[in-house]
Design a binder for this molecule. Sequence first.
Ligand code: CP
Length: 305
Amino acid sequence: MRHLMSPLDFSVEELDDLLRLANDIEKNPAKYAHTCEGKKLATCFYEPSTRTRLSFEAAMLNLGGQVLGFSEAGSSSAAKGESVSDTIRVISSYADICAMRHPKEGAPLVASMKSSIPVINAGDGGHQHPTQTLTDLLTIYSLKGRLDHLTIGLCGDLKFGRTVHSLIHALIRYPGIRFILISPEELRIPSNLYDEVLLKNNIDFRETVRLEDALPELDILYMTRVQRERFFNEEDYIRMKDFYILNKEKMELAPKDMLVLHPLPRVNEISVEVDDDPRAVYFKQAQYGVYVRMALILTLLEVNV
Ligand code: CP
C-alpha cells in the first residue's frame, strides 16, 4: 500500500506515467467513468479548501466512486480532542482511500502510519502540498510540452507557501531547470530549502525583489498569495499583502509564450484584467487538478484500466 506525502514519493518515471494517465483521462473520460465503482474516498479537511477538497471529490465521482468526509475540524471529533491517529483508524474501516489537509506539518504522515488505506497529503501547514504540485506539473507538461529546460519565476510568499516548496522539490529532478525567486526579504524561501535543496543540488537560481526584473526571462511565472493564516502578526501581513500585483502593464514585459500559473485562491496579487490574457492559465490549472487527482486515485488504489 502506498501513500502520498511528498512529490518525491514518486520517481520521475512514475510521475511521467501519472501525467500520461491524466492526459488520457482528459481525452477519454468515458473510459474511466466506472473504474472506481464500489470504492469510497474520505476527505478529512481540518483547514479550509475549495479546489483541493472539491477536485478530489469531483475526481472520485468522475471515476464512478463515492465520497464522504468533513470540511472543517470543528465539525469532526477533533473538536472533542480526537487525534488524527484515532480518526484515521476509524476512517480506514469506512473508506478505501483518504485525502487529508491539516494545519500541522506532518499530521497526514502521522495518520498514514496508523492507516490501513492509502493517505494523501492534501496540504500540511506551511510544509508540502504534493497534489497541487502534480496539478502544476500536469499544467506545465500539457501546455509547454515538457518539464525540462525551463526558467521558472516563483513570486510572492516563498516562506510560507507550501505549493512553492513542493514544486521546487519536484522540478529540480528535471534537467535544465532554472529558478528566479522573487520575494520581499521577509518572505524568502526557508533556509533549509535554500541550503539543503538548491545549493546542495547545484540548482541554477537567483533571487530578486523586483518582479519587473525577472519577467523578460521567464517561461513560467508562478504567482502565490501571501499566506495570511501563517503570519503571527496581522500588521506584518497587511504590510506584505500587496507587495506584488501582476497587471497588464507588467505582462507587457513578459515573453509572448510565458505562462502564468497560480495555485489559487488569488487575493490581490493578480489583477483581474490579466485573466483575459491567453498566457493566464490559472483557471485551466484548477481544471487539470481534477484529471491528475483521478490519475492519483487510480494509481494508489492500483486500479488497472
Ligand atoms: N490550491 C489550493 O490548495 O486551493 P484550496 O486551498 O482552495 O484547496
